[in-house]
Every structure is written in C-alpha cells, then in structure tokens.
Design a protein around this ligand. Structure first.
Ligand SMILES: Nc1ncnc2c1ncn2[C@@H]1O[C@H](COP(=O)(O)OP(=O)(O)OP(=O)(O)O)[C@@H](O)[C@H]1O
Length: 121
C-alpha cells in the first residue's frame, strides 16, 4: 500500500493482504497449510499436553514465518532485477535454506511428540 498507512487498522489490513498474496502466489503454502491442519488434528486426537501444544504451534509458526520472509525476498528480488545476479541468487538460496531449517526442526518436534504418544517412546 502506498503511501504507507498511518492507522493501525490499515497496517493490519496490509499484513493480512500480505498473507493472502503469499498463500495465493506461493505453491509451498499448499504443502504447509495441509501439514499444519494434519498436525493440529493429530494433536487434538492424541490429546497432547499443554507444553506439547505450545511446541507444535511454535513450530508451525516458525515454518510459516520463514516461508513468508522467503516469499517477501522473492518478490523483492524480482523487483530488483530479472537478470542473473550472484547476490540475488545467494539471498534467495539463503532464504530457502531458512525454510529448510525451520521445516527440519518442526519435523523433529512433531516426530518426537507424536511417536512418544503413539508408540510410547
Ligand atoms: N536474479 C537471479 N539471479 C541469480 N539466481 C537467481 C535469480 N533469481 C532466481 N535465482 C535462483 O533461482 C532460485 C529460485 O528462485 P525463486 O525462488 O525466485 O524461483 P521460483 O521458481 O519463483 O521459486 P518458488 O517456486 O519458491 O516461488 C533461487 O533460489 C536462486 O538460486
């Protein structure tokens, strides 16, 4: 939105628009979204503890946050140049690595919590 919004309600609207832009434009969200639904459903079914709920919600939030920053960088990169550029390439690869790290950590958290409940680890 330009000029930048002054009121908080407009700032929230911008943030929600950003979320919609990212979810609509980025295929990865169509993996993250069902994954989050499955994790929440499984957590409810297995009646995980409050601390486990917090870890799972935090993990989902960290993955989504990383993916949102990654998407933001992709948009910025396209605005800066469409030509091959080593710095742009590195920036995009580092942002993608952030998603990979967050998703890997979330996978470990989910596996440990659910395996403990399902198989009594
Ligand atoms: N301008 C550029 N200069 C150098 N490398 C680039 C550039 N643009 C993209 N790349 C390389 O291509 C990779 C994918 O870029 P980008 O994420 O923008 O593509 P995409 O196909 O839109 O990805 P996604 O499917 O995640 O939206 C980057 O990680 C980077 O390695």
């Amino acid at each position: 939105m330009f000029p930048p919004p002054k009121r908080w309600s407009e700032k929230y609207r911008c943030a929600l628009r950003g979320l919609a832009v990212a979810v609509r434009g980025e295929d990865s969200f169509w993996v993250h979204l069902p994954a989050a639904v499955v994790v929440i459903g499984l957590a409810a079914w297995l009646r995980v503890s409050a601390v486990e709920w917090l870890l799972l919600v935090l993990s989902i939030g960290v993955v989504w946050t990383a993916e949102l920053f990654n998407t933001a960088l992709e948009h910025l990169a396209k605005a800066v140049t469409r030509e091959p550029n080593d710095h742009v390439g590195n920036a995009l690869d580092v942002a993608a690595a952030a998603v990979l790290v967050a998703a890997g950590a979330a996978k470990v958290v989910g596996t440990v919590i659910f395996a403990t409940r399902l198989f009594g680890w």
